[in-house]
Design a protein around this ligand. Structure first.
Ligand SMILES: NC(=O)c1ccc[n+]([C@@H]2O[C@H](COP(=O)([O-])OP(=O)(O)OC[C@H]3O[C@@H](n4cnc5c(N)ncnc54)[C@H](O)[C@@H]3O)[C@@H](O)[C@H]2O)c1
Length: 224
């Protein structure tokens, strides 16, 4: 990987490149130009070239991009060419939904265990993953070389659990609890908030509706 700092915006776009390249590979496409990729992804060709130049380009003049090579290189950049061991804290609706999604494993994220405080859940098995008592969390993290923890617990409980995870040596928190966590610099947090995404959608749908009402009013004023 390049030594220089890669912008968050570029990193945020890489999974989408990866998905499209994966689909191209499934369709048997071996190479693609930045223009073709641009049409497919509805991103400008210059944006694609700029993004991929961050990592040395991977493209060849007059040839375009080798799909498999680019796919493999992006996987390396994203670190999904290796296995990440993961635990889920909070085995309620959301925790179990994540555990039931088998595709994370295809990306190298192996769910090793789930943890909860509810005695009625402890001992149950979800898609082969046992729900354990949160009392066993630290030992399990150490014994199973766990780097990532998904937090699917109420927000009031999240800071305390995050502290425990950090002390146990976790390096990344996938935070679904609706709270901002404070962690040391060597620990990364990725917040996932579906409701924030829904609010952005609400804004877009409302502004579209407002625009169309404005347009109708303009038309009727013109016609009257
Ligand atoms: N970020 C998002 O997009 C999103 C979407 C849905 C829900 N959520 C949030 O995720 C959390 C879980 O939602 P849910 O619908 O699965 O709730 P849920 O009540 O079904 O599950 C929460 C689970 O956490 C367990 N728990 C509570 N305290 C704990 C602790 N200290 N240690 C271990 N386990 C503990 C509970 O026993 C329960 O099983 C909530 O905070 C909710 O607001 C976030």
């Amino acid at each position: 990987m390049a030594d220089k700092e890669i912008s968050k915006a570029v990193i945020a776009r890489l999974p989408r490149y990866y998905r499209h390249l994966g689909e191209l590979m499934e369709d048997g496409v071996e190479r693609i130009s930045s223009n073709e990729l641009s049409l497919r992804m509805k991103v400008t060709a210059s944006q694609i070239r700029q993004d991929l130049n961050n990592f040395g380009g991977f493209g060849q003049q007059g040839y375009g991009y080798n799909v498999k090579y680019l796919y493999t290189e992006i996987a390396k950049i994203l670190g999904i060419d290796r296995q990440h061991n993961l635990v889920i804290i909070g085995a309620g609706n959301l925790g179990q939904a994540i555990a039931n999604y088998a595709n994370f494993e295809k990306r190298g994220f192996l769910i090793k265990g789930m943890f909860d405080i509810n005695p009625r859940l402890i001992g149950l098995v979800v898609r082969g993953i046992e729900i354990r008592s949160v009392d066993d969390l630290e030992q399990f993290v150490k014994d199973n070389d766990v780097q990532i923890a998904a937090l699917t617990i109420p927000k009031t409980k999240a800071p305390e659990i995050a502290d425990r995870l950090v002390r146990a040596g976790i390096k990344a928190i996938w935070n679904f609890a609706h709270t901002d966590l404070t962690v040391p610099d060597d620990v990364v947090v990725e917040n996932v908030h579906l409701s924030e995404s829904l609010m952005r959608l609400s804004y877009r749908v409302c502004s579209m509706q407002d625009n169309s009402v404005d347009e109708k009013q303009r038309q009727s004023a013109k016609n009257s």
